[in-house]
Design a binder for this molecule. Structure first.
Ligand SMILES: Nc1nc2c(c(=O)[nH]1)N[C@H]1C(S)=C(S)[C@@H](COP(=O)(O)OP(=O)(O)OC[C@H]3O[C@@H](n4cnc5c(=O)[nH]c(N)nc54)[C@H](O)[C@@H]3O)O[C@H]1N2
Ligand SMILES: Nc1nc2c(c(=O)[nH]1)N[C@H]1C(S)=C(S)[C@@H](COP(=O)(O)OP(=O)(O)OC[C@H]3O[C@@H](n4cnc5c(=O)[nH]c(N)nc54)[C@H](O)[C@@H]3O)O[C@H]1N2
Ligand SMILES: [Mo]
Length: 681
């Protein structure tokens, strides 16, 4: 979303500072969620790392303080000797989607130019990759939303699938409520009755994994009843015959039999959306974090295309983006196969262009690497000997995380740049204190594709350093400093915008000055006088023929369907008061006390079936591990499904159980479905 917050002097707090929502920030005007309001707590936390540390071997629990100079020299020395022995690709980099555009860009450049390794990827692979792949396939372009947020309020019919906006993007709620006030119908599709479904007119409760079956039912009705927009389909899309073929067998009766959703509901939603004058579909991780995540997303996009609800007011598709810079973080070269501006690293023209900006020979650029989880597998297999983690806590956030724990222990060198000693950092040899959002100037891009400038608010604490400086100093220690000479962070941005010129995410008309004056600019913005592009696809899509592609989807099974041995479905996700691996929010008292431990949500039917009594806990077991948890019994969940939030590590980590099967295209893990047994204890 991007939230506008101001850090102001306060007499009420021990730090003398407090946070208030900015009154003139364009996205979430005058509002902040709990996490935003309490964000200073982790920034000013007593556990903030203030010095660089190192330790010898994995067994020694004792960190020893070290100077920055020594740390850079030692790390560079180890990298060089590992590369001499095993080649440049022995070093991997693991980035994050909360980093600024500039730092994301520098990490990609550092990996390719300073390390000359092909192995970089980032936590956004777990987050936005299925939606990104689907948008690219359907539209030829990947931007979270095809339209500005304000269009939500103009929509007459809104479908929210696998997206719990009320808890995860609370500052988006005013747009939905405004639409509702103006008479919009809202439909939520989720295995749970979420906080978001409370504002819905219709809630469709699906067992995880059935989205494409349900959508095929909707498309079947739309086609059968001739509710599709033939003109839009003919002029602006290709592939409609494929869709017709695929959805033919999905009669409402059959879809009801497969999903339990009543035929009347299927018909009502299909007719409602198709006949509405305007409409919007928003999806998020619920259906994307699956081995069929790309296909699920494509099917939701089909809804907007066959009804002609894209590229005009009150219409559009959006993948509700995750992290602070979930959008910008995936545009500038942190992805295994990409260079800045969404250029593909295997494309000779793109290599030539970016190599020129970087002042190197295109032949020096490595090829594409592998996705985040596969990168960790390569560590486990011994191919990657050293790893630099900046802006992620993969030991908590990866699926099947016992594998990750085993892998991290095999590394000859693990460098973690963070604000805290995270679960991942415990296995580090070097732990370097990086900067928080409050101390680092830079730009971020939100789900609308709108770029914002964030100014520095606080001085760095202790001996910590800006991420930007850490990357450049390390490059220097590796003998590649000549390629990392920047006067300041704006200088990095200037190079970034030049590197994106002519690419899909074109920032070349954006400057710090314009961002400060205009409160954000939507890419593509290809020249200094260009006003930016809030609305995409008004005239044409980004495929060479200008048309969007429709895909006929044959629904497939999850990687691990339930069976008699593992008869229930585990799905995982978020709570309003915690953020991702909890590195920040578990350290924030005000938030942590509202959810100190994970609690499993189960249906009364399931509670009865396992003989749950008052005060009982449950043990959930998958093929990979098991976990004991407290329980909340609620009518608001699909009966065979158990929901567990993933914000904890160690003995509370649900990712011990989750499945590491990956979507074949996006390489996104199936966080949302695995088969489990449940017993009470
Ligand atoms: N408070 C809070 N806010 C956050 C975050 C956080 O950690 N905490 N994280 C941020 C990030 S990085 C992200 S990516 C976003 C994520 O935002 P969301 O994707 O909205 O969050 P999740 O809770 O992962 O999943 C959303 C919903 O998907 C449902 N679901 C599970 N399986 C299925 C299925 O098969 N089909 C359908 N239709 N739904 C299913 C779950 O019940 C859940 O309610 O939130 C961002 N905002
Ligand atoms: N079971 C399950 N697992 C999931 C998901 C799920 O739905 N279910 N969702 C997945 C998703 S969508 C995501 S996005 C991932 C995210 O999971 P992680 O990548 O683990 O995300 P964070 O917990 O935000 O970790 C970010 C780390 O970077 C640090 N940090 C924050 N800002 C900065 C900065 O500016 N500089 C530096 N140097 N460090 C910084 C923080 O202190 C924190 O330790 O989790 C995924 N894992
Ligand atoms: Mo995410």
């Amino acid at each position: 979303m991007q939230c506008g917050l101001e850090i102001v002097p306060s007499e009420r707090t021990t730090s003398g500072l407090s946070i208030k929502p900015s009154q003139n920030f364009p996205v979430a005007t005058g509002r902040l969620c709990q996490k935003g309001l309490h964000a200073l707590e982790h920034v000013l936390h007593s556990e903030r790392l203030l010095e660089p540390f190192f330790k010898i071997g994995n067994d020694s629990q004792r960190w020893q303080q070290i100077t920055w100079d020594q740390a850079f020299t030692d790390i560079a020395g180890k990298i060089k000797s590992l590369q001499t022995a095993y080649g440049p690709d022995a070093i991997g980099v693991y980035g994050g989607g909360s980093l600024t555009n500039e730092v994301s860009y520098l990490l990609g450049k550092f990996t390719r130019v300073a390390l000359r390794s092909k192995y970089i990827d980032y936590n956004g692979r777990y987050c936005m990759s299925s939606a990104a792949a689907a948008s690219n396939q359907a539209f030829g372009l990947d931007r979270g939303m095809t339209m500005p947020l304000t269009e939500i309020s103009n929509a007459k019919y809104i479908i929210l699938a696998g997206t719990n906006i009320a808890e995860c993007q609370p500052t988006m709620m005013p747009y939905l409520l405004e639409a509702k006030k103006k008479g919009a119908v809202i439909v939520t599709i989720d295995p749970r009755n979420t906080m978001t479904s409370k504002v819905a007119d219709i809630h469709v409760r699906l067992q995880p994994g059935f989205d494409s079956v349900f959508i095929n039912g909707l498309l079947h009705v739309m086609i059968e009843e001739k509710l599709v927009d033939q003109r839009f389909i003919g002029e602006r899309t290709s592939g409609f015959e494929q869709v017709k073929e695929a959805v033919k067998p999905f009669t409402p009766a059959r879809v009801e039999a497969l999903t339990g959703v009543l035929q009347a509901v299927i018909r009502t939603v299909a007719r409602g959306f198709a006949k509405a004058e305007t409409g919007i579909v928003l999806t998020a991780r619920g259906l994307e974090q699956q081995v069929n995540g790309v296909e699920n997303t494509l099917n939701y996009i089909n809804l907007t295309l066959v009804t002609g609800k894209i590229g005009r007011p009150g219409c559009g598709y959006g993948a509700v983006t995750g992290q602070a810079n979930g959008q910008g973080g995936r545009e500038h070269g942190q992805k295994a196969d990409q260079l800045p501006g969404y250029r593909l690293i295997e494309d000779p023209a793109a290599r030539g262009y970016v190599a020129k900006i970087w002042g190197i020979d295109p032949n020096e650029l490595p090829g594409k690497g592998v996705s985040a989880y596969e990168l960790l597998q390569k560590v486990d297999e011994g191919e990657i000997k050293a790893l630099i983690v900046l802006g992620s806590n993969p030991l908590v956030s990866s699926p099947n995380n016992r594998m990750v724990e085993r892998a991290l222990q095999k590394l000859d060198l693990l460098v973690v740049v963070d604000m805290f000693e995270t679960e991942t950092a415990r296995y580090a040899h070097y732990l370097l204190p990086g900067s928080s959002f409050a101390e680092a100037e830079g730009t971020m891009t939100n789900l609308e594709g709108r770029v914002f400038h964030r100014q520095k608010a606080l001085e760095l604490p202790g001996n910590s350093k800006l991420d930007f400086h850490i990357i450049c100093r390390l490059a220097e220690a590796l003998g590649r400093g000549a390629y990392f000479q920047y006067t300041d962070i704006e200088d990095v941005f200037r190079e970034l915008t030049a590197a994106t010129a002519g690419g899909k995410a074109d920032y070349s008309g954006i400057t710090y000055r314009r961002l400060q004056e205009e409160k954000g600019l939507f890419w593509p913005c290809p020249s200094p006088n260009h006003p930016g592009t809030p609305h995409l696809f008004e005239q044409r899509f980004h495929h060479p023929d200008g048309k969007a592609k429709l895909f006929g989807i044959q629904p497939k099974m999850p990687a691990e369907p339930i069976d008699s041995e593992y008869p229930y479905v585990l799905t995982t996700g978020r709570l309003a008061n915690h953020y991702l691996s909890g590195a920040q929010t578990r350290r924030t008292d005000a938030l942590n006390k509202k959810a100190p431990v994970p609690v499993a949500e189960i249906h009364p039917w399931l509670a009865k079936r396992i003989g749950l009594g008052t005060g009982n806990q449950i043990r959930i077991t998958s093929r990979r591990g098991s976990l004991c948890l407290e329980v909340k019994v609620t009518e608001g969940i699909q009966p065979r499904t158990v929901f567990v939030p993933f914000h904890w590590g160690d003995e509370n980590s649900i990712n011990v159980l989750t499945n590491d099967a990956l979507d074949p295209t996006s390489r996104m893990p199936e966080f949302k479905i695995c088969a489990v047994q449940i017993e009470c204890i």
